[in-house]
Design a protein around this ligand. Structure first.
Ligand code: HEC
Length: 184
């Protein structure tokens, strides 16, 4: 090979190397760009998928209790009336107001026979000392339950033809006769 041939070869060789280097740089730049873009797309897709799953597993309804901060604002139009009815907070059990007259009638008809004089160890009507310890120990509900089920010589329901509410009234009346303050 002549010297000029050598020189041409070297020049061409250097040219090719520079070209390859440029191509490599271009490819690196391209992959950086597409990699970044694709990564972004994948991230968006994952985020989208996460939202979809959260929606799918979200609870069907939410119990709203009026007056609570976390209760969501209900948009009337959005609510199926039947569902809305189910979500209404339950009304507290309605109990007819204390009727002292009915209580006295039942007492006269059934309870007085024992409680007026303390037959068989029954607490005497109007004697605070005999009623206070029982009331303190069991409360109104406890006393009423014992009358309903019967206790010692006292027959179930005190032998009266009265419902649970009426028996409750008689017990309230008895406690008040004994001078005890009853919260009912
Ligand atoms: C046959 C008699 C008799 C009759 C009738 C009767 N009682 Fe009694 N009662 C008793 C006796 C005895 C006790 C005490 C039982 C004991 O302490 O073991 C008692 C206890 C009670 C007590 C207290 C219960 C407790 O937990 O301490 C209440 C309240 C009461 N009677 C209400 C009534 C009412 C109301 C009626 C009518 C509806 C009634 N009784 C009718 C005999 C009677």
């Amino acid at each position: 090979m002549s010297k000029t041939q050598d020189q041409t070869f070297v020049n061409t060789f250097i040219g090719i190397i520079i070209l390859l280097a440029l191509i490599a740089l271009a490819l690196a730049g391209l992959s950086q760009y597409t990699g970044g873009t694709l990564g972004h797309v994948a991230e968006q897709r994952a985020e989208h998928e996460r939202e979809r799953v959260l929606q799918a597993i979200a609870p069907v309804g939410q119990v709203a209790i009026a007056g609570r901060d976390e209760a969501p604002d209900v948009v009337e139009d959005d609510v199926d009336p039947e569902v809305a009815e189910v979500e209404e907070p339950a009304e507290p059990e309605e109990r007819p107001a204390f009727d002292a007259e009915v209580a006295q009638q039942i007492n006269q008809a059934a309870c007085m026979a024992c409680h007026a004089t303390g037959v068989a160890g029954s607490p005497v009507t109007g004697e605070e000392g005999e009623w206070a310890p029982r009331f303190e120990e069991r409360g109104l509900d406890g006393l009423v339950n014992n009358v309903i089920s019967g206790m010692g010589a006292m027959p179930p329901r005190g032998g009266a033809d009265a419902d649970d509410t009426e028996l409750r009234w008689v017990v309230i009346w008895m406690l008040e006769e004994a001078g005890l303050a009853v919260d009912y």
